[in-house]
Design a protein around this ligand. Structure first.
Ligand SMILES: Nc1nc2c(c(=O)[nH]1)N[C@H]1C(S)=C(S)[C@@H](COP(=O)(O)OP(=O)(O)OC[C@H]3O[C@@H](n4cnc5c(=O)[nH]c(N)nc54)[C@H](O)[C@@H]3O)O[C@H]1N2
Ligand SMILES: Nc1nc2c(c(=O)[nH]1)N[C@H]1C(S)=C(S)[C@@H](COP(=O)(O)OP(=O)(O)OC[C@H]3O[C@@H](n4cnc5c(=O)[nH]c(N)nc54)[C@H](O)[C@@H]3O)O[C@H]1N2
Ligand code: SF4
Ligand SMILES: [Mo]
Length: 695
């Protein structure tokens, strides 16, 4: 008889709830948790392949040869942790605790990591967020006061009447399965989908309206949309009157940006722009202009994302059924929050951050997440001070930060690189020490708070015994802390101790998760009253089109449009994205997902390919100012002639990952490291490349 374990998927960051069936200590089946009514995607099913993969780190490893040469010795956990602790002690003694960096992709143990860094006295904890959605976080923060949108703001897919997506490739770059399925349900019930992208993605093929926009010109489109909505008084006047400040300034600002002007810049006919404004208004407020997920596209992303959110404000769709909604917390449902180890008292840290986030250099970039793409410049220039150690936990800076060559040079300057990993990532392979974590089916983790219209708590529970000699990160951190004299901040021995601590103020017990894998904190849908109850967190308590946050920091709320330069002759703008079968840079070596998408291809417009004598399926060389790659050409009419496109995360060079070794090209190797200085994301689509056939 199979044992049933409720847990949380971790093949990607969406953390869908799952039900796992286990027999003889092996996983025989994974499906979406039926009590939550969600499915499982291809990547979620391929968790089985990760569990059984022998091409993942199997024990702690200490480097014996040159960095990246692949020479390792097996170590015991005590040896590996002693080694890391001794190195850290020496580094801290000589250079101070601020010379230690901890970079990670947010995870359920992040509050424990923050406790570790606070205890150590380093301000330099940073997450991947800036690389992903930094600019949209800042944009929504400036307009509404909410600074963390996946947790705090979302789209009510289930009730929307019209969803407008700007390169938010929802049907490939999935949201969690509940959200994705809700959207499909709404579309079946007649909801409209408008999709805007220089490339015909899968989502484009499902849309009611698709525009092949000139790359990088979404801001021009939005200025014209806003102008039309204001001119034709298509906005929700009652809502705007009650909740929005700065309308007159916005109206004066957009005056020059006619639909005819926008047509010249974007390639979208003026009449169609006007038609979208009218269509969207007809469905208001159940309409959502999606502010995007990855907002690391262009160096003006802060203004593009702001313009998208402003469209929602005009439609009255912020905190409306079918629009954008504020996600409610346990507190909103009348409960205490989940306790965090990072909320303890720590000695005050006086050093500035390595990345300038929240400080004079980048005043409105949230220091809570940091500004990851400053990693290489900060290390190489010792600016603001020498940096000597990097712990990378669930994070692969060598391929997740643009300009891998510069990142590698920076890593070369460090005295210590440690990777906490489940795969031989590029950074793990380049590290001094690899500390393997059990993969998610093999471990328990801290409790997850899921905010939303009905906030709830979820638990990742171990389904099977770890296949290899691995330890969960929450234990690795405690063991490391003890060696550094910081054990007092981690007063737990087992995961039950952590869970009990997390739940202590909630009146919820561990057993409450047994029946369904989660605990609902309310049975009501928590929507705030649109007349008087919306809790905007800006100083004015309203949506600030003229932003006090930005203006006080010296940044204008509106910027005149700068035309997007077309690529010079013979060059293309490199744009990137994801596919449904892979997670960023994590799954290219997964046995089953590798079979589905074994390498990336370069989408190139058919006419451009013809001029360059590039044949479909033939290999080409792509060269940028910072790197070169070899990749198969996909010649197609389905991409704008100014752009070429490739999937992120290929071109791996770790021989231990035999299935994806040297398959395809790496976008990070080609991309220049340029950033949106206000919003905080890198401009991953700012690099121009040359393409030539390889004979
Ligand atoms: N060049 C370029 N850079 C990008 C992007 C791009 O498109 N192009 N996209 C950006 C975006 S949107 C994002 S979100 C980031 C993502 O950047 P990353 O966070 O670096 O990427 P991920 O693929 O999510 O996973 C990082 C690592 O976590 C490891 N991992 C997986 N599961 C576990 C686990 O359970 N425990 C531990 N310890 N490790 C685990 C994986 O093996 C992988 O090496 O990249 C950003 N950077
Ligand atoms: N399967 C899968 N799903 C995922 C992830 C994953 O790795 N795999 N990762 C998750 C994460 S962390 C993120 S951030 C999201 C990312 O999800 P999305 O934000 O949807 O981003 P991408 O997949 O990076 O796709 C970006 C799209 O923008 C288009 N684009 C490029 N330039 C422009 C432009 O100038 N204007 C417009 N309008 N479009 C443009 C590109 O052609 C591409 O189709 O996906 C999440 N879901
Ligand atoms: S979207 Fe797929 S891979 Fe990501 S958590 Fe959900 S089921 Fe797992
Ligand atoms: Mo992301």
């Amino acid at each position: 008889m199979a044992k049933e374990v409720y847990s949380i998927c971790f093949m990607c960051t969406q953390r869908c709830p799952i039900r796992v069936l286990v027999e003889n200590d092996d996983v025989i089946w994974i499906e979406g948790n039926p009590h939550v009514d969600r499915g499982l995607c291809a990547k979620g099913s391929a968790g089985l392949s990760l569990l059984h993969d022998h091409e993942r780190p199997q024990y702690p490893m200490i480097r014996t040869g040159a960095r990246g040469a692949g020479q390792w010795r097996r170590a015991t956990w005590d040896e590996a942790l002693d080694y890391v602790a001794e190195k850290l002690k020496k580094i801290v003694k000589k250079h101070g605790p601020q010379s230690v960096l901890w970079g990670e992709r947010n995870n359920l143990n992040t509050h424990i990591v923050r406790a570790f860094m606070n205890g150590l006295g380093s301000p330099n904890h940073f997450t991947h967020e800036s690389l992903c959605r930094g600019s949209s976080l800042t944009a929504i923060g400036a307009l509404t006061g909410y600074t963390y949108w996946p947790a705090e703001v979302g789209v009510d897919y289930a009730n929307t009447r019209h969803l407008i997506l700007y390169g938010r490739n929802l049907l490939e770059s999935l949201d969690n399965m509940k959200a994705t399925n809700s959207l499909l349900d709404s579309m079946e019930k007649g909801a409209k989908l408008t999709y805007i992208d220089p490339r015909v993605s899968v989502t484009a093929t499902k849309a009611d309206r698709y525009w092949m926009i000139r790359p990088g010109t979404d801001l021009a489109l939005n200025y014209a949309l806003i102008r039309t909505i204001l001119k034709e008084r298509l906005y929700d006047q009652e809502y705007v009157q009650r909740w929005v400040t700065g309308l007159a300034e916005l109206q004066a600002f957009v005056e020059p940006y006619t639909p005819e002007w926008a047509e010249q810049e974007t390639g979208i006919p003026a009449g169609e722009i006007v038609a979208l404004a009218r269509d969207a208004a007809a469905d208001k407020p159940a309409v959502a202009f999606h502010f995007g997920y990855r907002s690391s596209h262009y160096t003006n992303d802060i203004y593009t994302r702001r313009s998208i959110i402003m469209l929602n404000a005009l439609m009255g769709s912020i905190e409306a059924k079918g629009g954008l909604i504020f996600k409610k917390t346990p507190k909103d449902a009348g409960h205490a929050g989940v306790s965090k180890y990072s909320d303890q008292e720590f000695p005050k840290i006086t050093h500035p951050r390595f990345d300038g986030a929240g400080e004079a250099r980048f005043p409105i970039i949230n220091a809570f997440h940091g500004n990851a793409q400053q990693l290489a410049p900060a290390i190489l220039n010792e600016d603001p001070y020498p940096l000597k150690a990097l712990i990378a936990n669930r994070f692969d800076p060598l391929v997740s930060i643009p300009d891998s060559t510069a990142t590698r040079q920076a890593l070369d300057k460090l005295d210590l690189i440690v990777a906490i990993e489940v795969n031989f990532s590029q950074t793990a392979w380049y590290a001094d020490v690899i500390l393997p974590e059990p993969m998610y089916l093999e471990r328990n983790d801290c409790i997850q708070t899921v905010t939303g219209l009905k906030p709830s708590l979820f638990m990742r529970r171990q389904a099977v015994t770890p296949r290899y000699d691995s330890l969960p990160a929450w234990l690795i951190i405690k063991k490391l802390a003890q060696r550094l004299g910081l054990g007092q901040y981690f007063p737990y021995e087992t995961i039950e101790d952590i869970w009990n601590f997390q739940l202590k103020n909630l009146g919820v017990k561990i057993e409450d998760f047994n029946a369904k894998g989660f605990v609902a904190l309310t049975d009501k849908t928590l929507l705030w009253d649109r007349k008087d109850g919306i809790k905007f967190k800006t100083p004015s308590g309203k949506i600030e089109l003229v932003s006090s946050l930005m203006e006080n920091a010296g940044f204008p709320s509106f910027v005149p449009y700068t035309p997007m330069p077309a690529p010079p002759a013979g060059r293309f703008r490199l744009i990137v994205g994801r596919c449904a079968a892979h997670t960023h840079i994590s799954t290219q070596n997964n046995l089953h997902l590798n079979e589905l998408v074994p390498e990336n291809e370069l989408w190139i417009n058919a006419q451009a390919a013809d001029r360059l004598e590039i044949k479909n399926g033939a290999y080409v060389e792509v060269a940028s100012p910072v790197g070169v790659g070899k990749i198969k050409a996909k010649v197609t009419d389905f991409i704008h002639p100014e752009a070429v496109f490739m999937l992120h995360g290929f071109g791996k060079t770790v021989p231990a990952q035999t299935r994806c070794y040297l398959k395809g090209a790496s976008d990070a190797l080609l991309q220049e490291n340029v950033s949106d200085p206000v919003g905080g994301s890198p401009g991953l689509h700012e690099t121009m490349v040359q393409v030539r056939p390889l004979t």
